[in-house]
Structure formats: structure tokens, C-alpha cells
Ligand binder design. Structure first.
Ligand code: CA
Length: 332
């Protein structure tokens, strides 16, 4: 904690000074600028030691500047937690539903090829694409190395963001994307699948075979990369994610929880029923009972694939939204 006053004052100075536009020449703002430049010099050394070409680093760092706004976003107090219903309303709009159905139809051949290779149903690939970036409409407009350098320098989770920055430089060095097109969220999630750079290096694929992994503008690479990642996280291509259910009035909600896995026939014996018109058959995979807002709210019976989506993004709301969106565009 003793380092905090220094960090705050350094950040305040950087926020006050248009960085890199200020000539070095003494004074506190120049000292702060020189701190950031010293930090970048250290990153440059590490990146070079890992074989990244100096020309790549020069090009990326030409666009890198300290972004005070990114630090503000990182330190923003969390808003009131949305209820599950509020979250769904925000994430699954009518427009997104309509777009999802249209994309499923428009890309059916590509999605079948993706399915053949990665064994992920098209509706889940489209749902992940829709929830992550609204089908590429909201990728974020931050220059990713600048966001990551700012967050790494600022210090909260510094080592993690420094590793992501070096991974971003590797992605540029592999010529997957032009430096000035490497856009993403303020926190460094990139392109239409919103992959962090380390995720990109491990899981993005060149599905159209043009030699580049382009998750910003290449539809085949975007959908292939989504399917490859979820597949490698353990996806079962012949199973769904789960079902919304209704609990009997006398139900013991202590039976709920991520470790509550049992055959669906057991849940049925306990009085659990499917919500909506399609009943549970007992042939579903074993399932856990999850209550996103706790007792009294929505109840979900979730299969293994629900856990797989949570490995992508460790949020019950997120995983359920992907499932709901997938179900609402296609039951296949
Ligand atoms: Ca490609």
C-alpha cells in the first residue's frame, strides 16, 4: 500500500500531460513520461530476447502512448450488479436475435465446414460471436498494444498485462494484422472473438488458409477461431448447454450448486420440470442445478458444456446468455 501515493501522483501527472508530445526537459511531467518510456524500453528488451523483430516493435511503439482513460476504466467502481433478467435484456436484444438468425443462414456453408473440423454446433459459434462482439460491430476501438502498455505500466495485474503486451507484439511479428488495425477493447480483448493476445496465440486459427490469422476482418478465421477455442476448452459437440427449469414450491434449494451434478431423471423425481413447452426426457446429459440470482429466481439445469462456456468467460450470466441465444436461433 505504501507505493500507492507515488502511483497515484504519477498517474495524475501522466493524465495532465499529453504524453510523448511533451519534450523532455525537467519537471514532474517529464519525469513521468520518462518513467513510461523506461518501462517501454524494458518491454522492448524482453520482446527482442523472445525473437520479436526490432522493426515490429518500432512500428507498434510508434502508436503506443499512455492512455489515462484506460486506467480510469480499469479503476471504475463496479456498478450495481444486474439481475439475470436485466442482463439478458441487455445482451439478447431483438436486434441481436434477428442478426443471429440472419448470420446463421448467411454463413451456413462456412459454419458446416467449421463444425466438421471442430465439432461445435453452428448455433453456439454464432451465439458466442454475437455475445462477444455483436457479430463484429463492437470490437472496441483501442489500439491494443497501447491499452496493454498502459495497464502493464499502471501496475494492477501488471505482470499479466505485460505478458499480454508481449503476446500482442508476437501477433504483429507474425504479420497476422497490420499494426494500425490491431483494435480491441480497453482491456485488450481483440477483434470479433474478443481474444486476449495470449488466447489468440494458442487458439486463433487461419481457417481460410491465406497464411494469416485475422480475427478482425476475416469471417472464416473469426468463426473457425471461436470454434477451435471452445472445442479445445472441452466442448461436447453432440450436447446442448442446459435448460431453464421450474422448481416445485417445496424444493430444497440447498441441492443447487455447480457440484450438484446428477442424472436428469433424478432431478425430475425431485419435481424439477422444464420451463416452456419442451419437456425434459431424461435422456439429457447429467446436470447441475444453478440459480443465477440465488433462491427464488431463475433456475437452470446445466450440462457439461455450460462449464465449458464458463472456462471461456467465468460468468454464470455470460454462459447462460450464450445458451439462451443459441437456443433462440436454432434447436439443432
Ligand atoms: Ca486467414
Amino acid at each position: 500500500m505504501s507505493a500507492m501515493p507515488f502511483r497515484l501522483s504519477r498517474r495524475a501527472l501522466l493524465a495532465a500531460a499529453p504524453l510523448l508530445a511533451v519534450p523532455l526537459g525537467g519537471g514532474p511531467a517529464a519525469a513521468a513520461e520518462s518513467d513510461f518510456n523506461a518501462f517501454l524500453a524494458g518491454v522492448r528488451r524482453d520482446a527482442s530476447a523472445q525473437g520479436i523483430r526490432p522493426g515490429t516493435i518500432d512500428l507498434a511503439f510508434r502508436y503506443v502512448q499512455y492512455l489515462p482513460h484506460v486506467v480510469e476504466l480499469d479503476q471504475r467502481q463496479p456498478e450495481r450488479k444486474l439481475t439475470f433478467a436485466e442482463y439478458l435484456q441487455k445482451v439478447i436484444t431483438q436486434q441481436r436475435l434477428d442478426d443471429a438468425r440472419q448470420h446463421l443462414a448467411d454463413n451456413s456453408q462456412l459454419l458446416q465446414r467449421v463444425r466438421q473440423r471442430f465439432n461445435v454446433q453452428p448455433r453456439f459459434v454464432v451465439a458466442l460471436w454475437g455475445v462477444e462482439s455483436d457479430f463484429g460491430k463492437t470490437m472496441g476501438d483501442y489500439f491494443v498494444p497501447a491499452s496493454l502498455a498502459t495497464l502493464a505500466f499502471e501496475g494492477r495485474r501488471g505482470p499479466m498485462f505485460r505478458a499480454e503486451l508481449i503476446a500482442a507484439l508476437k501477433i504483429l511479428d507474425q504479420a497476422n494484422v497490420r499494426a494500425d488495425s490491431m483494435r480491441g477493447s480497453w482491456a485488450g480483448a481483440m477483434g470479433q472473438c474478443q481474444f486476449m493476445p495470449t488466447t489468440f496465440l494458442s487458439y486463433a486459427v487461419d481457417f481460410d488458409g491465406d497464411g494469416r490469422r485475422d480475427i478482425w476482418t476475416n469471417r472464416a478465421d473469426v468463426l473457425g477461431s471461436i470454434a477451435n477455442y471452445i472445442s479445445r476448452l472441452g466442448w461436447h459437440g453432440n450436447e446442448s448447454w442446459g435448460r431453464q427449469v421450474v422448481l416445485p414450491s417445496n424444493f430444497d434449494e440447498r441441492l443447487a450448486g455447480p457440484e450438484s451434478r446428477r442424472p436428469v431423471a433424478d432431478w425430475t423425481r425431485l419435481g424439477v420440470r422444464a420451463a416452456g413447452s419442451v419437456p425434459l426426457t431424461g435422456h439429457e446429459p447429467d446436470a447441475s442445478l444453478v440459480l443465477p440470482d440465488g433462491p427464488g429466481g431463475t433456475a437452470l439445469l446445466v450440462f457439461d458444456n455450460f462449464r465449458v462456456i464458463k472456462k471461456w468467460n467465468n460468468s454464470t450470466y455470460f454462459a447462460a446468455a450464450v445458451g439462451y441465444l443459441a437456443d433462440s436461433i436454432d434447436r439443432g
